[in-house]
Design a binder for this molecule. Structure first.
Ligand code: PHB
Length: 394
């Protein structure tokens, strides 16, 4: 049926109104900031790691500006004190009240997991900058990780230990998911290579006192102790190791690199010398990009960046690049699609996001603690290139 003239005019007027409204909406969204909820521990036992993440995001934004593809970037920083109940409540508030279009941070596995269902429900990306348990990326199709998995480093140090004259080991791992994975993957490789595990010690996540366990290790007389403690706790561990004189008893420290966080090495004694760990970042990594990153971080915060800072720095880079790829569109599915397969040079070396798992693919380095210009550093001496998460190869 043909529309009467009057109706046609109304229809045209309606169409142009709709067009005007659409134009207005586009302009409004072009001006609307892109809001990121950064949920990190800034109080409690994991506070030093939250600080590194906050510093790194801050530094990246100072270096790269706060506008991407026409969108002003607003970061809302929230302290969850590494308590997953807090994380859940904070993520909900950020999504519902503050209308954030992405959540990021996550200092420990339980907090990354607590936010996963909310990211799925809201269809917004969750960028995991630190937590390292393999399963995390499988808990939501919106999760992308820029840190590491414990399996990446623990398999490599397991092989290395077995091939380098370490026959008897005691293990000390934090009693939660990443600690269990570090132990599981280390032990499988170490025992397959002929090594023997004499004792397996588990310590609590919060306020661990290592001293009584270290006495037990000393009595067992292993060649080395395999240690996983989350970033932030290595300084305390090494102090107690030193006080109990395990080094003098000839016991070496090995593990994934979390115990030798660059952030804490300035406070460690020479007891740390000779510690061999496998990890994805050392502040001593030899590249032009890393040298300028370390110099800029030190100038801004008067401290050395560690592996935690690098996870944060790469996390915000990933967000910036994804937004550029979507032309400033904040749709969660489009952003995650843009992140999949992305490759870039990080201060840690070349990295990429596995398009199938949304997990990080990166070099793992074996390093030994040595002195450079009077300071302790993890000096890389062997590189395993483009390591995927072994925890996903089922
Ligand atoms: C974790 O809780 O997944 C975690 C935290 C800090 C680390 C490693 C793993 O250094």
């Amino acid at each position: 049926m043909r529309a009467k003239p009057g109706n046609t005019i109304r229809a045209l007027a309606g169409a142009s109104l709709a067009l005007a409204a659409a134009l207005l909406a586009t302009t409004a969204s072009a001006q609307e900031p892109f809001r990121i909820g950064l949920i990190i521990p800034l109080t409690g036992g994991q506070a030093s790691t939250g600080k590194q993440l906050d510093n790194a995001v801050n530094l990246y934004m100072r270096q790269n500006g706060d506008t991407v593809a026409g969108r002003k970037i607003e970061v809302l920083v929230k302290d969850d004190a590494a308590n997953p109940d807090n994380t859940k409540r904070i993520a909900q508030e950020l999504i519902v009240n503050d209308k954030v279009q992405l959540i990021a941070g996550f200092g420990i596995t339980p907090t990354a997991l607590a936010a996963a269902p909310l990211a799925t429900q809201a269809k917004i990306p969750e960028v995991v900058m630190l937590a390292g348990t393999s399963v995390i990326t499988e808990r939501s199709p919106y999760i992308v990780r820029t840190s590491f998995t414990l399996a990446q480093s623990s398999t490599i140090i397991g092989d290395w230990a077995a091939k380098n004259g370490i026959k008897k080991i005691a293990t000390l791992t934090t009693d939660y998911a990443p600690g269990h994975e570090a132990l599981q993957f280390f032990k499988a490789r170490f025992t397959a290579g002929g090594g023997e595990v004499l004792d397996e010690i588990k310590v609590p996540l919060h306020n661990p006192d290592f001293a009584p366990f270290l006495q037990r290790v000393k009595d067992a007389k292993p060649d080395a102790i395999f240690v996983f403690v989350p970033g932030g706790q290595g300084g305390n561990f090494m102090r107690q190791f030193s006080e109990r004189a395990l080094d003098k008893a000839g016991i070496k420290v090995i593990g994934p690199g979390d115990v030798m966080d660059d952030d804490l090495m300035g406070s460690m004694s020479d007891t740390a010398l000779g510690t061999v760990t496998a990890h994805m970042y050392s502040a001593a990594h030899d590249s032009a990009l890393n040298k300028s990153f370390v110099a800029a971080y030190k100038a801004a915060f008067s401290s050395r960046p560690g592996f935690v800072a690098v996870g944060g720095y790469d996390g915000i880079h990933l967000i910036y690049e994804a937004l550029k790829k979507t032309g400033g569109k904040s749709d969660g599915d489009a952003l995650v699609a843009a992140m999949k397969g992305m490759k870039w040079e990080s201060p840690r070396g070349p990295i990429s996001i596995d398009p199938d798992t949304r997990d990080i693919v990166q070099n793992i380095y074996i390093r030994k603690v040595e002195k450079r210009d009077g300071e302790l550093y993890n000096i890389e001496f062997q590189t395993f290139e483009a390591v995927k998460d072994p925890g996903k190869a089922k």
